[in-house]
Design a protein around this ligand. Sequence first.
Ligand code: GDG
Length: 467
Amino acid sequence: MDARLLIVSNRLPVTVKVEDGHPTVSRSVGGLTTGLQTPHDRSGGLWIGWPGDLEGITPVMRADVDRQLAELRTVPICLTDREVTLFYEQISNAVLWPICHDRIDRLPLHVEGWDVYESVNARFADAVAEHHRPGDVVWVHDYQLLRVPALVRERIPDARIGFFLHVPFPNPEIFFTLPNRHWLVEGMMGADLVGFHTRRYHGHFRAALRRLFSVEADSNGIARWRSRRVKLGVFPISIDAADFASRAAAREVGLKTREYQTSSLRLLVGIDRLDYSKGIPRRLVALKRLFMLHPEWREKVRLIQVAVPTRDRVDAYRRFRREVSSLVGQINGEFATPTWTPIQYIHRSIPSDVLLALYRAADVMLVTPLRDGMNLVAKEFPASRIDDDGVLILSEFAGAADELTDAILVNPYDVDGTAEAIHRALTMEVTERRHRMRRLRHTVQEYDVHRWAESFLGELEGMRNEE
Ligand code: GDG
């Protein structure tokens, strides 16, 4: 693909730090960055987004930061404190996030900030318009920027625009609780191509479009929208599986893996942002139920749960953090012995070699979100299992469940069922474990994040040719 790519996402893939009085801007790794870095580099395009909080950056340092950002071909959109509060914490994380994850019970009683959501989205669109050259392709990402495609379309009517939603598009009944649902869908429909992780989210969006606007997409996913054609497609995101496999094979990771494995304890591992969508409390209760239903596992199993702090300034998250800590305390208090603690709870981010060693050391990986757009941990785990061993327990409500059918699939709301699934995983014969793991590995190797990006951009490019 020859066109220059303008990527637009809420966060830029950079970390800005001050070291010895000098600001440094480095590329952050992982997730979305991995998949988009190749097309970003190859097309010589730009990445437009928020560089994060620039607290500690003096006006003198700012010129240096801007120069380094420009060298990485990124365009910063700086947000004021008020914008961070209303656009990011309030509307994006306290309203849209729970709606997309079916959690209307987590909504604040009174919502304000939609005007700021619109004005920040307009600033992103202004930056696109400022840098756009004829022939460029614009790729907008995620729920923080739902209005950007339409706002770019207003500024550049013939722009080539793709939009990808990283979170689920909820059932219309839930989406319709948003008073401005028409306006949000109109925002997304400013794109030429709108992508979702799964057929289910795609179906929900099509149903919303039909019910709100009486617009029906045809069997190819193409909808007629105000004298344009908009394609709705399914593009399940993935990971750089080869990179995970090669980093997992590093000697230091191997040494750490052996450190975490003990001959007397089987290891269960959970790795999540501390988000209420990830199903951590029910997972902990499932462990407790395992000890009650199958007491033979007491003192024989340990769960290492990494819960990375996230969105601490949103009320629902602060309450949730206390809820999880207290549950860990209760279960440990009830079952621990002088020589054994059932749950080792790590409430901070861990370095990537520790992450890889935990993937390698796990007898059973627990990925049990109540709802998750995709869930990359579920794909990183098999990619890292160069020994073809280990069992993945995966929620049927993670987007990843559509592809990773060789996992043990569970309904995370069925706590006793999850406890039984853990028992089954711990007692699974090695031949079955290996058979399933090989197939899981094959799935994530076949369709990696590079293919994801290529297929989305290829589809967008193809639409140009069809005109
Ligand atoms: C959103 C959607 C969708 C986690 N803890 C540590 C750490 N991680 C890394 C994992 C993984 C990433 O963070 C988490 O990705 P997920 O996909 O699980 O979840 P979200 O952050 O909620 O992402 C999700 C995704 O977008 C992509 O479209 O799959 O459904 O919610 O890569 O490895 N990495 C390190 N230390 C940690 O402590 N180094």
